[in-house]
Write a new protein. Structure first.
Length: 277
C-alpha cells in the first residue's frame, strides 16, 4: 500500500506529519472523500471544486492544480491496484507555531489515501436515530468539509450505542439538517425532498447527483424545511453519501419506514451512473 504525501508516494509508515501541523493541533484543514469505481474517481471535479471553495473561505492554499490532483489520484489507484475503493484527500494549513493565528509562509500538507470499498455485507437499509447533538443553522462552515467533525463523530458514537447504523442531526432551530455522514432525502406524495443547505447541511456531491437523476427521470425533486416529527409521515426515506451512494432507511427512532419504489429507482440509476466508464 502506498499513500501520497506532499509530492511523494510512500508507504504509510513513512507518511509522517509533524506534530506541529495545524491540522493535528486545531483541525485547521479540509478533506474530501469520494468513491473510486472501475479505476475512476467518481465526480472528482465536483469534489475538487468544493475543496477549492473551502480553501478560499479558510484563506488557505492548495498547492496542486485540479488536473495535477486528478493525475496523482490515477497514479495512486494504479500503483495500489485498487480500481474499486474510497479515496480521501486531506489538505491542512501545514506546520506552524503554537497559537490560533497562522503565520504566513508555511507549506500546506497534502495527503491522499485509498481505503477498501464498502463490504459486500453492508446492510441494504439502515436504522436511523435522531442524535442529541446539533449543528448550527446558516453557518458558512457547514458548506465545506473542515477537519472539525466532532459533532458528527459523537453522533455516530451515540447511534452505535443505540444499535443504529446512522445518526440524524438537527440544527440549532430544531429542524432536520443532515446525517452524520451525508444528506437526507424523504419521499412525500411521490416526490423526493431534501432540506436546503442553509439548514446546516453540507452540499453533498452525491446529493447533487441524486437531484440530477431525479431530473433525468422526470421526477420533480424539491427542497423543504422539515421538523423531525414530520418524518414519521413520509412514504420513504434515504440517505446519500459518497462511500455508499443511496441508502434506504428502514427504521427511524425505532419506528418502521415504508419502503419506497422511488428510492429503489433512484438507487438503481445511481449504481448505473457509477458503473459508466
Amino acid at each position: 500500500m502506498l499513500v501520497f504525501l506532499n509530492g511523494q508516494f510512500v508507504p504509510p509508515a513513512r507518511a509522517v506529519v509533524p506534530v506541529n501541523d495545524r491540522g493535528f493541533l486545531y483541525g485547521d484543514g479540509l478533506f474530501e472523500t469520494l468513491r473510486v469505481a472501475g479505476g475512476r474517481p467518481f465526480r472528482f471535479a465536483q469534489y475538487l471544486q468544493r475543496l477549492r471553495r473551502g480553501a478560499d473561505f479558510l484563506k488557505m492554499e492548495v498547492p496542486f492544480a485540479a488536473r495535477d490532483l486528478q493525475e496523482i489520484a490515477g497514479r495512486l489507484i494504479e500503483q495500489n491496484r485498487m480500481p474499486d475503493a474510497i479515496l480521501r484527500l486531506t489538505v491542512t494549513r501545514g506546520p506552524g507555531e503554537r497559537g490560533y493565528t497562522p503565520k504566513p509562509g508555511a507549506p500546506p500538507t497534502v495527503v491522499m489515501t485509498l481505503h477498501a470499498a464498502p463490504a459486500a455485507d453492508t446492510p441494504a437499509s439502515w436504522r436511523l436515530v435522531t442524535s442529541s447533538f446539533r449543528v448550527p443553522a446558516a453557518d458558512p462552515l457547514s458548506s465545506i468539509k473542515t477537519l472539525n467533525k466532532l459533532p458528527h463523530v459523537l453522533a455516530r458514537i451515540e447511534a452505535a450505542e443505540k444499535g443504529a447504523d446512522e445518526a440524524l442531526l438537527l440544527n440549532s432551530r430544531g429542524e432536520v439538517a443532515e446525517t452524520a455522514g451525508g444528506n437526507l432525502f424523504w419521499v412525500d406524495e411521490g416526490r423526493p425532498f431534501t432540506v436546503p443547505t442553509a439548514c446546516g447541511a453540507l452540499p453533498g456531491v452525491t446529493r447533487a447527483v441524486v437531484l440530477e437523476i431525479c431530473q433525468a427521470l422526470g421526477v420533480p425533486a424539491g427542497e423543504r424545511i422539515i421538523k423531525p416529527d414530520a418524518l414519521q409521515n413520509v412514504t420513504g426515506l434515504f440517505t446519500t453519501q459518497s462511500a455508499l451512494g443511496v441508502v434506504p432507511v428502514a427504521r427511524l427512532d425505532g419506528r418502521p419506514v415504508p419502503p419506497s419504489p422511488l428510492t429503489d429507482q433512484i438507487a438503481g440509476a445511481y449504481r448505473e451512473m457509477l458503473a459508466q466508464p
